[in-house]
Design a protein around this ligand. Structure first.
Ligand SMILES: [Fe+2]
Length: 305
């Protein structure tokens, strides 16, 4: 069969570079920019052009300023080195390329160091909508603009502190079964909190409107509008009791979203999360999603603290 000479590209699920890095056990990698195919850049162009008017309408002001501050290109996939040159002076954050899933403790520990684990592959240009795993559009167009904002960046760092607290609180436990049970509950609470805020959070906007700051919303053309305009979505003022006990489902539009007043408000909630953890109030949260897998659990149990 004749061979085609097109680049294999860095398409989600079809990127030999990524598979090889994973096979070598490399989690932190470089962004091999020359490997992006023309189709990969086309996917970015389409995603960016399609969602831009919805950002103007539904995104919080900090995000819109972040997009400008980073000068994200509309016509090609961004180079992370260029993004970081603009980002780092603002809040100290950097996008750090990874080969795939980062186990729980390592992920939060990166945030604590102001490093954001960033996917470098991009979805297939013919599959623009639902994607079960993150890609560079979700991570760089959805998350990274928020990292230009000081108060929001501090929230992420505070999450990293919480992960350390969880590891410290359980490190001395003799009963390993009870230790794993307790950690599983704490991790479930933290994941749900993160999900309903950093990924799918809403906040109060001008004139009592509601706007999006969660990156799962800001990177989804369909869900961004649905989250704010659809009568099918329940939107409530945030309450930590709900954040930690409500199951987080990933394969459909979120039916239930929570509104914060400001990022200072969100920061105070993460503070409360840590206090509750210390008081044992996260040790028995409601069962349900997300499942905590062995890699995540192990990452907390083996944490160097
Ligand atoms: Fe995300």
């Amino acid at each position: 069969m004749p061979q085609t000479l097109t680049s294999p590209g860095l398409t989600t699920g079809h990127a030999p570079f990524i598979e090889e890095a994973r096979n070598r056990g490399e989690l932190y990698i470089a962004q091999p920019y020359e490997l992006y195919s023309e189709e990969n850049h086309e996917a970015w162009r389409r995603l960016f052009a399609r969602i831009r008017p919805r950002w103007e309408r539904y995104a919080n002001d900090h995000f819109l300023r972040g997009i400008e501050a980073l000068n994200l290109p509309a016509d090609r996939i961004p180079r992370l080195s260029e993004v970081n040159q603009r980002l780092q002076p603002l809040t100290g954050f950097q996008a750090k390329p990874v080969s795939g899933y980062v186990p729980g403790f390592l992920f939060f520990d990166c945030l604590r160091r102001r490093e954001f684990p960033t996917t470098i592959t991009i979805r297939d240009k013919d599959r623009m909508d639902y994607l079960p795993e993150p890609d560079i559009f979700h991570d760089v167009a959805g998350h990274v603009p928020m990292h230009t904002e000081r108060a929001f960046a501090d929230v992420l760092v505070r999450f990293g502190d919480c992960a350390h607290t969880a590891a410290e609180l359980t490190a001395g436990m003799r009963d390993q079964v009870e230790r794993a049970r307790r950690l599983t509950n704490i991790m479930k609470a933290m994941s749900r909190f993160f999900w309903f805020t950093v990924e799918f959070g809403l906040m109060r906007g001008p004139r009592n409107s509601v706007v999006a700051y969660g990156s799962g919303l800001l990177s989804s053309y369909g869900e961004l509008e649905h989250a704010i305009d659809s009568p099918e979505t329940q939107r409530y003022p945030v309450q930590i009791e709900w954040l930690i006990n409500q199951g987080a489902e990933i394969d459909h539009y979120q039916p239930l979203l929570f509104i914060v007043e400001s990022f200072d408000h969100l920061f105070s909630l993460v503070d409360t999360l840590e206090h509750w953890m210390r008081e044992g109030r996260l040790d028995n949260v409601a069962p349900g999603l997300p499942e905590i897998n062995d890699r995540d659990l192990r990452s907390f149990m083996d944490a160097a603290i």
